[in-house]
Design a protein around this ligand. Structure first.
Ligand code: MF3
Ligand code: CO
Ligand code: CO
Length: 257
């Protein structure tokens, strides 16, 4: 069921989104060799709590599993849902994807970004650029009346134009009262099932995950970490956005620069 948002709801998500973006900056400022993914998780959790908010991911239940962390930290070939473990130590060159959700006064926001540590290969730089471009081009097509599949086809087209692949089985989603609401917004066209219209009042998390060399994914035995099937690297950018009468208002922030 799609939950359309009122102006009051939008202000609530806007505040959660502001905190989520600041939390990503906290993560970004920590990124250097020797820091562990747990250090990032601890700092992000403490920051979110200092803002009178709660990490949306902490205690999140999917199927019969409970997520025990405040962030997902996914490295190189890890696409998403990487666990922020003490044993995961940053070392150049690395692509680090940090995903964070914030719950404040009844509203969730969700945002993710990709950071390069050190001299990553040229192909990885191009992958980051392509994935970020896919996000912003997808936001450009969103307006009331457009189809969900228009978003999917845009992400796919940008990925393939650069010779890359949108990850299968991984999607954007509605967000706001819950972390994950309808509609489901596939990144890969083969995951399109029933299509739907984008409507004014939707709040959506748009989150292209794009892989260097295959669309295929594998979930590790930890039950969470999703990796590329061939070990190629992956990038991920996610904004929470509001669909207004004439287009999109981006509620989370670009944390580059
Ligand atoms: N990566 C997901 C998203 O952005 C949320 C992760 S839920 C968790 O929608 F429990 F795995 F953290
Ligand atoms: Co997210
Ligand atoms: Co999301």
């Amino acid at each position: 069921m799609v939950i359309l948002k009122s102006d009051v709801d939008v202000e609530g998500v806007r505040e959660a989104a502001r905190i989520a973006s600041q939390a990503l900056r906290v993560a970004k400022d920590l990124i250097r060799e020797g820091v562990s993914a747990k250090d990032i998780d601890d700092a992000v959790r403490d920051f979110i709590i200092s803002q009178g908010a709660r990490p949306s991911f902490l205690g999140y239940e999917v199927e019969d599993k409970i997520y025990r962390y405040s962030t997902c930290v996914s490295i190189n070939n890890e696409i998403v849902h990487g666990l922020p473990l003490h044993s995961k130590v940053l070392k150049a060159p690395m692509l680090i994807k940090v995903d964070v959700g914030v719950y404040k006064d009844g509203y969730h926001a969700d945002t993710a970004w990709t950071f390069a540590l050190g001299n990553v290969p040229e192909k990885a730089r191009k992958l980051m650029m392509a994935t970020k471009e896919a996000l912003y081009r997808a936001l450009d097509v969103i307006r009331p009346g457009r189809k969900i599949s228009d978003v999917t086809f845009t992400i796919d087209r940008v990925a393939r134009r650069y010779g890359f692949y949108p990850a299968e089985n991984l999607t954007g989603h509605g967000v706001g009262l819950e972390l994950h609401e309808d509609p489901v917004i596939p990144n890969n066209p083969k995951d399109l099932d029933k299509d739907g219209r984008i409507r004014r009042g939707m709040i959506l998390a748009i989150e292209p995950m794009i892989n260097e060399s295959t669309e295929r994914i594998v979930t590790l035995h930890d039950g969470w970490t999703v990796v590329t099937a061939d070990g190629g690297w992956s990038a991920h950018y996610e904004h929470t956005i509001f669909v207004s009468a004439d287009g999109v208002e981006i509620l989370t922030e670009d944390v580059d620069g």
